[in-house]
Design a protein around this ligand. Structure first.
Ligand SMILES: Nc1nc2c(c(=O)[nH]1)N[C@H]1C(S)=C(S)[C@@H](COP(=O)(O)OP(=O)(O)OC[C@H]3O[C@@H](n4cnc5c(N)ncnc54)[C@H](O)[C@@H]3O)O[C@H]1N2
Ligand code: MOO
Ligand SMILES: [Mg+2]
Length: 615
């Protein structure tokens, strides 16, 4: 799908006077018609090679699918668009310009004088067009039929679709081999060979490794930016309100007139254009949000007035009495009262939420540059798993809940994911599943197969078939003990693999504690979940491992700490214990002297969910 396109008008003349630009708007209209869903960016820049290069690179870095330029392709010394484009592209697509030239030559021999270039930088297709409305109209007709397909090819979308398709049918199509020998089950280790790391050490590995992730940028609509980290500082281009506005329904007056009777000269409701200035002794009936007439410097709410006279039909107020002398600026929002012009609305590094998006909408911003997180792929492993859509369960089978839960959990925190289906528990099929996922994504989150059974093959496959480095293979935590984090090089790129335990609650807790943290760190957001002290509503049995218990908080009416209620049995298979949870309680490991915590004990809680969720 084509998500974002830029049309750049390159012309000294249009740069000085944008009303002269007819080719750019025409091209923009063609783009809107061909790609109605796409975000469209239009700019006008002068015929300066450096500026053209800079803008082309910017749009490529922000992952635009297509950049069309118009202008600067001819023979005059200022025509430098082809040189700038050549300096930016990595691969030329001469067929596009040949087709355009051939078609144009049929109309005019002048087509011989266009030096347009087409090519690709990273995932962006750039095409130069000449600089007149007539020329862009003719040229666009030529390239229109191939643009969607060219963009899909650049994105490798066809390949992606077939990979996802394959990944869902590993058991039918697998042709991969593995170096993992599963024939000698009797010789498997009877103790885990992986050292058990403390939680703090595991987090440090995640932070250190993921902070290597290079900043990548993306332009999205402000709404798509929800939950994303902003990569630019956005300022108020206008004051808010842009006019002096009434805070109340009442009468705009001159404060110098004091209390007493006023002639109601006019009514101004919100949206009405300003009128002639008020004179002494006059007032204007105004509504909340209405623009004050010039001359007025205060508003008296209707409750503080008395009707003195009205037209006989009752339709017009003629005079009112202001009962109490108003102060200057009383109930007036002056220009820029809420947001002075130039205010930083959203700063680089902040995460977009609904209020910030609302402010940006109000300030006229449609798009925002955000940090692009790594692409995430999800893969489940297990012979016992069926697709969630399957109505009938086979004997000893269960439906895969992890993939759906993880997809939604990631979405909740602003991250998309690619579904790579289910891999069966054999080394070649796990290799196939991991390879398919790593082709599509930077981060693989898989579940199952990380513990001690003969079908727990993830770690050996990662080590022997992907030559992976295991940053940790066990963590002292409950649930999630066999949680694994590895990196490897795949097709020349570094990949990050979170192999989470298959138990649904273990997968849920490890996704919250490791995966979301990793994605945040890769976007420059430091720090984990906010922590607060809470009081246990009941006694809690302690485990030999530090435990992350799912609980819900209730605010105490007496202003004491919130009270935490654990959500039933904390068994790693019981996802019901996470339903309605908004915190993970950090219960300490049991010691010889402390096996349980009494009701009322104070523990820390990681706030992982919305605090308004009732249990
Ligand atoms: N001898 C030992 N056995 C186990 C140990 C141990 O230290 N020694 N650790 C236990 C702990 S702790 C955990 S956690 C689990 C981890 O299991 P695996 O990661 O190997 O996962 P599986 O064996 O594949 O499955 C475990 C469990 O989860 C269910 N499952 C798996 N995938 C899904 C899915 N996508 N959706 C829903 N449910 C899923 C699976 O059916 C199993 O019931 O190992 C303990 N064993
Ligand atoms: O660590 Mo496991 O995740 O207890 O069940
Ligand atoms: Mg297992």
């Amino acid at each position: 799908m084509v998500k974002a396109v830029a049309v750049i008008t390159i012309s000294d003349t249009c740069f000085k006077d944008n009303t002269k630009d007819t080719a750019g708007p025409a091209l923009a209209d063609f783009v809107k018609e061909l790609f109605p869903e796409a975000n469209l960016h239009t700019i006008i820049i002068p015929d300066e090679k450096e500026i053209i290069e800079r803008e082309l690179k910017y749009f490529c870095e922000t992952n635009l699918d297509l950049v069309l330029t118009t202008g600067g392709t001819g023979l005059t010394p200022r025509d430098v668009t082809p040189e700038a484009t050549k300096a930016v592209i990595q691969r030329e697509v001469p067929g596009i310009t040949i087709a355009v030239t051939l078609a144009s030559l049929k109309k005019t021999p002048m087509a011989q004088l266009s030096r347009s270039v087409a090519g690709i930088r990273d995932k962006t297709l750039i095409v130069n067009f000449p600089g007149s409305k007539k020329a862009v109209t003719e040229c666009f007709e030529v390239v229109k039929p191939i643009l969607p397909h060219a963009i899909s090819l650049i994105h490798n979308e066809v390949a992606e679709i077939s990979y996802i398709h394959n990944s869902m049918q590993f058991n039918h199509t697998c042709t991969h081999s593995s170096n993992v020998d599963v024939s000698k089950v009797a010789l498997r280790p009877r103790e885990s060979p992986f050292p058990m790391l403390e939680m703090a050490e595991a987090w440090k590995h995640v932070d250190d490794v993921m902070s290597e992730w290079k900043e990548r940028l993306k332009i999205v609509t402000i709404e798509e930016g929800l939950g994303k980290v902003v990569a630019q500082t956005l300022y108020a281009k206008e004051p808010m309100p842009p006019f002096p506005a009434s805070v109340k329904d009442g009468y705009a007056c001159l404060s110098i007139d004091g209390a007493g009777v006023r002639r109601v000269r006019i009514a101004v409701t919100a949206g009405d254009a300003p009128t002639a200035p008020l004179c002494a002794g006059e007032c204007a009936r105004v509504n909340t949000g209405a623009a004050l007439p010039a001359g007025a410097d205060c508003v008296v709410q209707v409750e503080d007035t008395r009707l003195v006279s009205a037209s006989e039909d009752g339709q017009t107020e003629l005079e009112v009495e202001i009962l109490k002398a108003p102060e200057p600026q009383q109930d007036v929002r002056s220009v820029g009262f809420d947001i002075p012009m130039g205010t930083v609305l959203v700063d680089k590094g902040q995460i977009l939420d609904s209020a910030k998006i609302g402010i940006l909408a109000g300030a006229g911003y449609q798009n925002v540059t955000v940090r692009a997180p790594p692409k995430v792929a999800l893969l489940s492993t297990g012979n016992e798993l069926q697709e969630p859509s399957e109505v009938k369960l086979k004997p000893a089978h269960i439906r895969d809940s992890n993939r759906t839960m993880l997809r939604v959990l990631l979405k909740e925190h602003g991250y998309d994911s690619i579904d790579c289906g289910i891999a069966r528990d054999t080394p070649p099929e796990i290799v196939a599943g991991i390879a398919a996922a790593l082709k599509l994504a930077d981060v693989l989150v898989c579940t199952g197969g990380v513990s001690m059974g003969e079908k727990d093959l993830l770690k050996p496959v990662l080590l022997k078939d992907f030559n992976a480095t295991l940053h940790y293979g066990r963590v002292r935590m409950k649930p999630g003990k066999p949680s694994t984090f590895a990196t490897c090089e795949f097709e020349g790129k570094k990949k990050y693999i979170f192999a989470l335990p298959g138990n649904p609650v273990s997968a849920y807790v490890c996704a919250l504690l490791f995966v979301i943290r990793a994605l945040r760190v890769s976007c420059g957001v430091r720090g984990a979940w906010p922590r607060m002290r809470v009081r246990l509503a009941h006694a809690a049995q302690l485990d030999p491992r530090p435990e992350y218990a799912r609980a819900s908080l209730t605010m105490s009416p007496d202003g004491d700490m919130p009270s935490a209620t654990m959500l039933g049995s904390q068994c790693s298979s019981r996802l019901l214990s996470a339903c309605g949870a908004n915190v993970l309680l950090e219960l300490p490991a049991a010691t010889d002297s402390q096996q349980r915590l009494p009701a009322g004990a104070v523990v820390t809680a990681l706030i992982t969910g919305r605090l308004d969720i009732a249990s």
